[in-house]
Design a protein around this ligand. Structure first.
Ligand code: NAD
Ligand code: GLY
Length: 362
């Protein structure tokens, strides 16, 4: 088992990574001290992985709340269902919520834990690669509002993150690849050697080699934990975690949510960010090629949909109406170094989008 500690002054969140962890009675006993436990999962993950967690809890009683699967259920109504279940089970302030699932379950359960009785303990048990390297680590929780994604939320650090790498064995290929986009992003913003390692290991990762996956998760979590330690509440340093995300969100919104997975949109967004960095003279042409090539090898989309330059600019908040505004983008200064900056020529962005997203409507 690998261990990384996310240290926030007096608070510490251990991140434990390895095979079989959900079934480890010693580990679960160590990290679930609470007398009352509420397992939150969904209709897809529970049949696959709740039996192993039950084994790990060694006969201890727990209540459960199983949510419907899907981003469309990441709502206040789902958080309210968890809170209703906590009330029905007469859970006290010293209870613990165990979030077993991907980023959707983790975000809703974390938010419910943050608000029930003004905050109860939450243990994150992520089962997608994306959740293991990104959403379970860092304390941001939340749900969507019809007016926008993640509009309602709270910062609430989990007591621990326990990542059983065996869970990746049942993850659909497309979801695995989407998670790899976030792994590649982590390397790009902070660790050139990790990027080179990913270039060597990408086939092993796609083939779900357990050692390679555990190492990729460990290194990506270490990067994320280091950034969150510097900026827990997203006041500055965290911004570089958004490499590829401004373009990615524009693609997701422009296409309509759900057409591309988040990681897929981020992959195409990373390529746009790398190409813009190249056109601004920040990133060497050879490095732009390396970024694109690795994402292609990971089976991810690298070409944005043909939404058109004007639509992309509008989605980025850079259309004519706000042309005087200062859009900040995360750009690469090298493989392994990124900055969030408003300093790029607008013309370079406009011609990039014209070249890559077309001139007309999709
Ligand atoms: P997800 O939770 O929807 O999981 C993807 C699909 O895989 C779902 O159908 C799920 O039921 C299924 N699944 C999960 N684990 C499985 C397993 N082991 N085997 C088989 N199927 C499994 O999606 P995601 O990509 O994990 O997370 C996306 C969410 O994470 C978004 O809502 C996003 O906003 C959020 N997110 C939050 C943060 C944060 O800072 N809190 C960061 C990044 C992403
Ligand atoms: N929960 C993930 C984050 O804080 O970034």
């Amino acid at each position: 088992m690998q261990r990384i500690d996310l240290n926030l002054g007096a608070r510490r969140c251990p991140i434990l990574i390895g095979p079989g962890l959900l079934g480890s009675q010693a580990l679960l006993a160590e990290h679930t001290g609470a007398a009352q436990l509420m397992i939150v999962s969904n209709e897809t993950v529970a049949p696959l992985w709740l039996p192993r967690l039950r084994e790990g809890l060694a006969g201890r009683p727990f209540a459960q709340c199983l949510l419907l699967d899907g981003e469309e259920h990441k709502t206040l109504a789902s958080a309210a269902r968890i809170i209703d279940a906590l009330v029905d089970a007469r859970m006290n302030r010293d209870c613990m919520v165990l979030a077993l699932g991907g980023g959707v379950v983790g975000d809703i359960a974390g938010f419910a834990a943050a608000t029930y009785q003004r905050g109860v303990a939450c243990l994150q048990l992520p089962t997608t690669l994306l959740a293991q390297v990104d959403s379970a680590v860092g304390g941001k929780t939340g749900v969507n509002h019809p007016g926008g994604k993640n509009l309602i939320g709270a910062f609430h650090q989990p007591v621990a993150v326990i990542t059983d790498t065996d869970t990746l064995g049942t993850l659909p290929d497309r979801e695995l690849r989407a998670g790899l986009a976030e792994v590649i992003k982590a390397a790009l913003i902070a660790d050139r050697a990790f990027f080179a390692w990913l270039e060597l290991q990408i086939e092993a990762l796609l083939a779900r080699n357990p050692e390679a996956l555990a190492e990729a998760i460990r290194r990506a979590c270490k990067i994320k934990a280091g950034i969150v330690e510097r900026d827990e509440r997203e006041q500055g340093a965290r911004a570089i975690l958004n490499l590829g995300h401004s373009f990615g969100h524009a693609i997701e919104t422009g296409l309509g949510h759900g057409r591309w997975l988040h990681g897929e949109a981020v992959a195409a967004g990373i390529v746009l960010a790398a190409e813009l960095s190249g056109r601004c003279g920040r990133l060497a042409a050879g490095d732009v090629d390396r970024v694109r090539t690795l994402l292609v090898r990971a089976g991810l989309p690298v070409d944005p949909p043909q939404l058109g330059r004007e639509r992309m600019l509008s989605l980025l908040g850079m259309d004519k109406k706000v042309a005087g505004g200062r859009l900040r983008l995360v750009l690469l200064d090298a493989i392994g170094a990124a900055s969030c900056t408003p300093d790029f020529p607008r013309d370079a962005l406009v011609t990039l989008l014209e070249d890559r997203a077309g001139t007309g409507a999709a």
